[in-house]
Ligand binder design. Structure first.
Ligand code: HEC
Ligand code: HEC
Length: 291
């Protein structure tokens, strides 16, 4: 009876300590936030309009190609990243070839109309500072829908995880551990420029898959303000599929042994069970003579 009481006390304090260290501390450090919204219901999007890709082609050529390239469509800036960053507000404008695939169409329409608002970074552009991309809210809603339809029509059907990461994140972030795989994955915008634009240097993303949970990364990309209120990182309005590819890429680079590590778990448990059986048999054989 006495042993049982001692056991109960030990179990009680172990559980209290566990609760304090794990669920309680975790909930304090990472407050619960709403799940990502991949429909971008809050934005001023397409409003249900269907676009005409042909009309959109002309509109994109005349409004967007002064700053943006599209390597797949053969219009390109012919400038290196340092010059592009210096010319367009301290950040390299992304290539638009894949925009119609990786961004949610309503978010894309909202971003074209008002980039700071769609990205939830209006707080950065208060005292007369202007966003490096002009808004096109003066255009007809139908024209915006046409441009979105055009961008969708030129987008590739399939993209690798690395390509999605590159188009969505690499103008600001490097992921240098990927250099070990092939080619450099340094940020496209030079450090000094992006620091001037963002107010701080966006971190290298090589190890974020380990220091943050996967759900945190999804919530953060979908709406950084939820976790870091007032942050300079704009919301990146990726579709769920594109966001999954980004996070998978971060895992491929930062935690490439995850599958092997997880496969080892069950094997180790089986080993422990077999070992316990032997240990028990051995103990039984020793005590048999004593009793
Ligand atoms: C004066 C230069 C300029 C023009 C003109 C311009 N953009 Fe941009 N655009 C930028 C810059 C710079 C960025 C990067 C902004 C940032 O990272 O905060 C950007 C970002 C984007 C993005 C990325 C959105 C995201 O969430 O990451 C898309 C899509 C885009 N532009 C589409 C367009 C389209 C479509 C047009 C034409 C209607 C256009 N842009 C015209 C400079 C321009
Ligand atoms: C226009 C530039 C820009 C783009 C595009 C951008 N980021 Fe960021 N990101 C930043 C800045 C600036 C910070 C630092 C934020 C801070 O500390 O307030 C940051 C921080 C982060 C962090 C750290 C969050 C934390 O908890 O500390 C992660 C993770 C991240 N970004 C992921 C991404 C991913 C993934 C993408 C592409 C889908 C992306 N970012 C696109 C500018 C950008």
């Amino acid at each position: 009876m006495r042993e049982l009481k001692i056991l109960a006390v030990v179990v009680f304090f172990t559980l209290v300590t566990y609760y304090g260290v794990e669920p309680l501390a975790h909930s304090q450090m990472h407050p619960h936030v709403d799940a990502p919204d991949y429909e971008f219901k809050d934005v001023d999007g397409l409003g249900g309009l269907k676009g005409n890709a042909e009309a959109g082609a002309t509109l994109v050529q005349s409004n967007c190609t002064a700053c943006h390239s599209s390597t797949s469509q053969g219009f390109s800036q012919l400038m290196d990243n340092a010059t592009a960053a210096a010319s367009f507000g301290n950040v390299v404008p992304p290539d638009l070839s894949s925009a119609g695939k990786i961004y949610n169409p309503d978010y894309l329409a909202a971003f074209i109309k008002n980039p700071a608002k769609a990205g939830k970074v209006e707080h950065k552009f208060e005292d007369g500072a202007v966003h490096p991309m002009p808004g096109y809210a003066w255009m007809q809603p139908q024209e915006i829908a046409d441009m979105v339809a055009y961008l969708q029509s030129i987008a590739p059907k399939e993209m690798t995880n690395k390509e999605v990461f590159s188009d969505a994140c690499q103008r600001c972030h490097g992921i240098k551990y990927a250099d070990m795989q092939k080619g450099t994955m340094a940020a496209k915008t030079p450090d000094a420029n992006i620091t001037a634009y963002m107010g701080k240097l966006p971190p290298d993303l090589s190890q974020y898959i380990r220091s943050r949970s996967e759900s945190y990364l999804h919530e953060f990309i979908n709406d950084p303000q939820k976790h870091l209120e007032g942050t300079a990182m704009p919301r990146v309005g990726l579709t769920k599929a594109a966001e999954d590819q980004v996070v998978t890429y971060m895992e491929e680079v930062g935690d490439s042994k995850k599958a092997q590590r997880e496969a080892l778990g069950p094997k180790f448990l089986i080993y422990l069970v077999i070992f316990s059986i032997f240990a028990w048999l051995w103990k039984a054989s020793k005590w048999r003579d004593i009793h």
